[in-house]
Design a protein around this ligand. Structure first.
Ligand SMILES: *[C@@H]1O[C@H](CO)[C@@H](O)[C@H](O)[C@H]1NC(C)=O
Ligand SMILES: *[C@@H]1O[C@H](CO)[C@@H](O)[C@H](O)[C@H]1NC(C)=O
Ligand SMILES: *[C@@H]1O[C@H](CO)[C@@H](O)[C@H](O)[C@H]1NC(C)=O
Ligand SMILES: *[C@@H]1O[C@H](CO)[C@@H](O)[C@H](O)[C@H]1NC(C)=O
Ligand SMILES: *[C@@H]1O[C@H](CO)[C@@H](O)[C@H](O)[C@H]1NC(C)=O
Length: 395
């Protein structure tokens, strides 16, 4: 009896601590789904068959303006079944309609917003995601996945301790019931990793990146982003007009760690970074090239660029392990050198999901100093020591 009473007291104590922690997490802003970010919380009157909320606050935790409609799985429109990315409900934004939520953030920090989007009937559907004054319009014409919807990530720098995340349909379709569907909105604070001592590439292993839902098997698309200081994938930019896919090891084959990047859409999906270099110095770029194990059809190849050097490398289907360690030598010409990767082919899984080669563990470091070394272990070791000293001096 006494034991039980004590156990009960402990449980109470633990739950109080958990409650306090939970409260703190809410106050400080937690990574993950935002409040009713999956639109599964029923409105005060319950989910109605009509779905059109009658006031700006009828979607719990959100504010809406214009024709914002809660849609549910199985719902038809013009003979077509609407696509609900996850769960049983999502929201559809009519012409010029928007939905917004204030979230607690930390002033000066970078955040990435992950959300799922599907288009309905519009030919030119797009979604404007913003945290004013920052915004980006994401084109929903290319559906990267056979499931008909895609998760996207977009980053912003918090100018205050509160941020209003706004999703707006900038379209003006003839049919007002058309418009993009939004679901699963999550936020994650992005912490740019330090530049490693022996590698000039920041986040070369891609371990830091946008929020990925543990049970979403589609990765997250990173659309064009030329601002390296405001990136969902710190250190990197997406310099092409199509997206690349950020993938995790729970649903894809990832060469190293838990995260990597899958290059989609040939030359239209390029990731790059300006790495710090010393002019007139020999460097080596190395990376792991793999297959995401997502039924992507071969042949598959990647072009790696470093300064004025370029190399096209094919993925070998029978390689064991399932990834290859590849490299490219280059001589830096400036204080910063552009490195980039894109897919040679436009690959798909044979259905209608876009896919491509996976790149991971990108490194740039001094290639062994050759000049002045006339062979001999001691001299070689001396050169090694010299490059270590140079490295220390550089970083
Ligand atoms: C709602 O949207 C309209 C049109 O975009 C805009 O003029 C109006 O100010 C918005 N209302 C609120 C409360 O934001
Ligand atoms: C993930 O799965 C859990 C349990 O199956 C579910 O409650 C949750 O809504 C799912 N999350 C997303 C984002 O789909
Ligand atoms: C997207 O929305 C933001 C904030 O409402 C606005 O400032 C920006 O002009 C919009 N962009 C486009 C292309 O409509
Ligand atoms: C790939 O090769 C480089 C040297 O070329 C090496 O430093 C790195 O550890 C290798 N990575 C793996 C995973 O084998
Ligand atoms: C790159 O440079 C290293 C060190 O100088 C050398 O061992 C290697 O063979 C070179 N690789 C290529 C492909 O030239």
């Amino acid at each position: 009896m006494r034991g039980m009473a004590r156990g009960c007291g402990e449980a109470k104590w633990v739950s109080t601590v958990l409650l306090i922690f939970g409260l703190f997490a809410t106050i400080l802003g937690e990574d993950g789904l935002i409040s009713n970010g999956d639109f599964e919380t029923p409105p005060s009157g319950g989910f109605t068959s009509e779905g059109v909320p009658d006031s700006p606050t009828s979607v719990p935790s959100w504010r809406s303006n214009g024709t914002v409609e809660l849609v549910k799985s199985g719902q038809r429109q013009g003979g077509m079944i609407l696509i609900i990315p996850e769960g049983t409900h999502a929201v559809r934004l009519g012409n010029d309609a928007e939905i917004s939520q204030d979230v607690t953030v930390e002033k000066g920090s970078t955040y990435s917003v992950t959300f799922s989007a599907a288009r309905t009937c519009g030919q030119l559907e797009s979604i404007n995601v913003s945290v004013p004054p920052a915004s980006q319009t994401i084109d929903l014409q290319t559906v990267y996945n056979i499931q008909g919807w895609d998760p996207y990530a977009w980053a912003f720098v918090a100018e205050d301790n509160e941020a209003k995340i706004v999703f707006k349909n900038p379209g003006m379709e003839d049919d007002p019931t058309c418009g993009p569907i939004i679901d699963d909105v999550a936020i994650k604070k992005i912490i740019a990793p330090d530049r490693p001592k022996d590698n000039a590439v920041v986040n070369g292993d891609f371990e830091e990146g946008p929020w990925l839902f543990r049970n979403t098997s589609l990765g997250v698309l990173l659309p064009t982003n030329l601002d390296e200081d405001t990136s969902s994938l710190p250190g990197w930019i997406v310099e092409s007009n199509r997206a690349v896919r950020y993938i995790d090891s729970y649903h894809f084959a990832v060469p190293e760690g838990k995260r990597a990047v899958e290059l989609l859409s040939g030359k239209e999906g390029i990731i790059s970074q300006m790495v710090k270099t010393k002019p007139n110095t020999d460097y080596r770029l190395s990376f792991l090239l793999g297959h995401a194990n997502d039924k992507c059809k071969l042949p598959m190849a990647v072009v790696a660029l470093a300064g004025d050097q370029a190399k096209s490398i094919h993925y070998m289907p029978n390689s064991n392990p399932t990834f290859q360690n590849e490299s490219l030598n280059f001589t830096a010409k400036a204080e910063r050198t552009h490195i980039a990767f894109y897919s040679v082919y436009y690959n798909s899984d044979g259905m209608s999901s876009l896919c491509g080669p996976v790149v991971d563990d990108v490194r740039v470091w001094f290639s062994r100093a050759r000049k002045g070394v006339h062979g001999g272990g001691l001299l070689g070791a001396g050169a090694g020591l010299l490059s270590v000293l140079l490295l220390v001096a550089l970083f």
